[in-house]
Design a binder for this molecule. Structure first.
Ligand code: 5AD
Ligand code: SF4
Length: 444
């Protein structure tokens, strides 16, 4: 048995990074590392980075700067950088931050064991290849680190090339994992107590993994997963509007385990800006799509991503985005000020003035917040299913998610994490709901 050492991982950015962090923890687990939540007691600190917006990589460098005293106090401490900044900047990170020992990209982290051997000898290790082999075939078995709700990456990379986005460069071309592997990983998770799986991909609904009889789409994968006993809930994210095919929309009306929540980024409500963003759909097409999805599953809660201040965005373009939000009605949304990313086509264009973009972002966020509150208020008095994810702050309190992905607080002293229970919603707070468990009823 190797000596037990402690690993601290900090994850930035999207859920796919959360998934990768878990897999890296499992890989280093096989090398004798156990995860700690306390950076100060770690033998290895791994920062799993995000490159999507400017601030994220600045944040990496300032976090690395903050690790300097720790490294000075503990010269044996190893520091690694993983994820999309690692991919994009590679050796540059070592030049800028000599305290870093290891740089590993999102497609090569199955090679961590060999890299760890190198850094143990005092060498620096950098691997930002897109290797021919599939990293997932070279990772240890799944462990459950995060309770009853797990992520499962089914697809990586993106071929869409939105004009603002680095993902096609950092994560590479779209690749879908084979069906049999995914069903196997899902079964392994369920055997370890997982009851909800969120399927992940940069373009998850473009999934086209090899099945025993040719390529399967996401809908077919969802339907196969729904047959796994003990798996109660299925979600997926992030979807592109152009890949929302008929069978997937139909599955929302037919598969009880497929949850009524869909993250469907639109980015802008202006046709002119959508075109400049290379989104390849119009606002009208988005409206029609939303209609079809709501026809299949009337209570579905929609969320989205928005970018304000994309180069060339006029007041009228922004007004179109606000109008789209009013017409669709979202249960939640992420919104961002455009940030120019080197190497992307939009970075060549003149940006919108920062103050204008700031004001637009505030206005948009206020509208989204009011829609989010309204969606929550509409749940008060309703009966919902809640999967308990952790104990709450108050004694006897549990916190879980409803079908519609609302956080719900319930006082339920005899309950356990992983229970799926029926709850009547009694009140709505800014970012969560509260409810009462309906006596002794467990959903399963
Ligand atoms: N600037 C601002 N937001 C961006 N996003 C992606 N690239 C950029 C960028 N350059 C946002 C998009 C995407 C989400 C994950 O991040 O809204 O859907
Ligand atoms: Fe980026 Fe567009 Fe691909 Fe989404 S669809 S990952 S925004 S390029």
């Amino acid at each position: 048995m190797p000596d037990t050492k402690k690993l601290f991982i900090k994850t930035y950015g999207c859920q796919m990074n959360v998934y990768d962090s878990e897999r890296m923890a499992e890989t280093l687990g096989a090398e004798g590392y156990v995860v700690t939540e306390v950076a100060e007691e770690a033998d290895m600190v791994l920062l799993n980075t995000c490159h999507i917006r400017e601030k994220a990589s600045e944040k990496l460098y300032s976090d690395l700067g903050r690790l300097r005293p720790l490294k000075q106090a503990k010269p044996d401490l190893k520091i690694g950088v993983a994820g999309c900044v690692a991919q994009a900047e590679g050796e540059e990170i070592l030049r800028r931050m000599p305290l870093v020992d290891l740089v590993v990209g999102p497609q090569s982290y199955h090679r961590l064991p060999g890299m760890m051997e190198d850094i143990a000898k005092g060498k620096k290790a950098v691997d930002t290849d897109f290797p021919a082999e599939d990293k997932f075939d070279h990772l240890p078995e799944r462990k459950v680190l995060r309770g009853p709700s797990a992520f499962l990456t089914v697809q990586e990379g993106c071929d869409k090339f939105c004009a603002f986005c680095v993902v096609p460069y950092t994560r590479g071309a779209e690749v879908s994992r084979p069906v049999a592997r995914l069903l196997g990983e899902a079964r392994a998770l369920v055997e370890k107590g997982v009851r909800e799986i969120t399927l992940l991909g940069q373009n998850v609904n473009a999934y086209h993994g090899a099945g025993e009889d040719g390529a399967w789409g996401l809908a077919r994968l969802v339907r196969a997963l729904a047959k796994i006993d003990g798996l109660e809930r299925i979600r997926y994210t992030t979807s592109h509007p152009n890949d929302m095919e008929d069978d997937l929309i139909a599955a929302h009306g037919e598969e009880a385990k497929l949850m009524p929540y869909l993250h469907l980024p639109v980015q802008s409500g202006s046709d002119r800006i959508l075109k400049a963003m290379n989104r390849k759909h119009t606002r009208d097409q988005y409206f029609r799509l939303v209609e079809r999805i709501r026809a299949a599953r009337p209570d579905i809660l929609l969320s989205s991503d928005f970018i304000v201040g994309f180069p060339g965005e006029s007041d009228a373009d922004f007004a179109d985005t606000m109008d789209l939000i009013r017409q669709v009605g979202f249960g939640a949304a992420f919104s961002f000020k455009y940030s120019a990313r080197p190497g992307t086509p939009a970075a060549e264009k003149t940006p919108v003035e920062a103050e204008v973009a700031d004001a637009r972002l505030q206005e948009l966020q206020a509208l989204i917040t009011s829609q989010q509150r309204a969606a929550q208020e509409a749940m008060v008095g309703r009966e919902v299913a809640v999967l308990y994810e952790k104990a709450g702050r108050l004694p006897g309190q549990m916190v879980g998610k409803s079908d519609h992905l609302h956080a719900v607080h319930v006082t339920d002293p005899s309950a356990r994490v992983g229970d799926l229970v029926r709850v009547r919603i009694t009140s709505s707070a800014p970012n969560s709901l509260a409810g009462l468990r309906i006596a002794a009823e467990t959903v399963s």
